[in-house]
Design a protein around this ligand. Sequence first.
Ligand code: ZN
Length: 305
Amino acid sequence: MSETTDVRVGVDLGGTGTRIVLVGSEGATVDRVSFATVAERAVAVPSLVSAIRTLLAGRTPVSIGIGASGPVDRCGVIRNPATLPGFSGADLEGELGDAFDVPVSIDNDAVTAAIYEQRLGEAVGAAGTLMVTLGTGVGVAALDRGRPIRGTDGEHPEAGHRLVAEPTPPCYCGRSACWEQAVSRTALQAAAEEVCGPGAADALAELASRARGGQEQALSVFESFGNALGAGLADLQTVVRANVIVIGGSVAQFDDLLHEAAQRAYTRIDTYAPVPEIRFSRAGDVGGAIGAAFLEPRWYRPATG
Ligand SMILES: [Zn+2]
């Protein structure tokens, strides 16, 4: 049957969780599994191979794509010892390629989230897409007609780290006030704990519920978060000049509380570029894995093998 010959494997390799999906050529999910990300170097890659093999259940995929948290170098090697110690530095493309005898591509997870939005989500048909994922940190990716924009050295730009005017906690990147420290879910969570009390089991859900109920203090947290988000997007847009801006990551679920403030702050600043509507992803937690299934091979290859 055609479905069995067209299946692609997409993997979202996160610091805490790994998601694997099998998708058909049009992006429909055939099967999926998720589990805790393996941290031990000796077993990480073999356990990923075995999870993919189990999910495939005898089917032969046309390709395997992986979206990984944090830096991925221009050869497709994960360089993230802090949150992906089991996979960082491993020859994942080579090992998976040998195990399944298919093309394997690896990229940053903001890139795979952007690919999902452009193929199936909020950015379908867009010539230029700016994707910003707000989670533990802030991921940024831009697509030019479906292909990721990279630095001139071939690496993925780490554009979540940029100096901002409003004070933030100091960032591990060295900036004393950094956009990632203002608009990550981690930052929103910290603000929620300040309002709802430290140690609140789900302070963020509680804060959102208070804001939806009209409580002013809670509304003002989302208002300032939305302001910082919109202002930072305007900065990015001066460089990227995208037609569509999509916000993803777990913060996207607060669309109703952030959208207006973000759009207002964004529109206040002249980007000398078209003014796209800011959209929020509806992919939930599987967009990155589905997008990974459609990753194209990298243009960069080392000069010698
Ligand atoms: Zn930073």
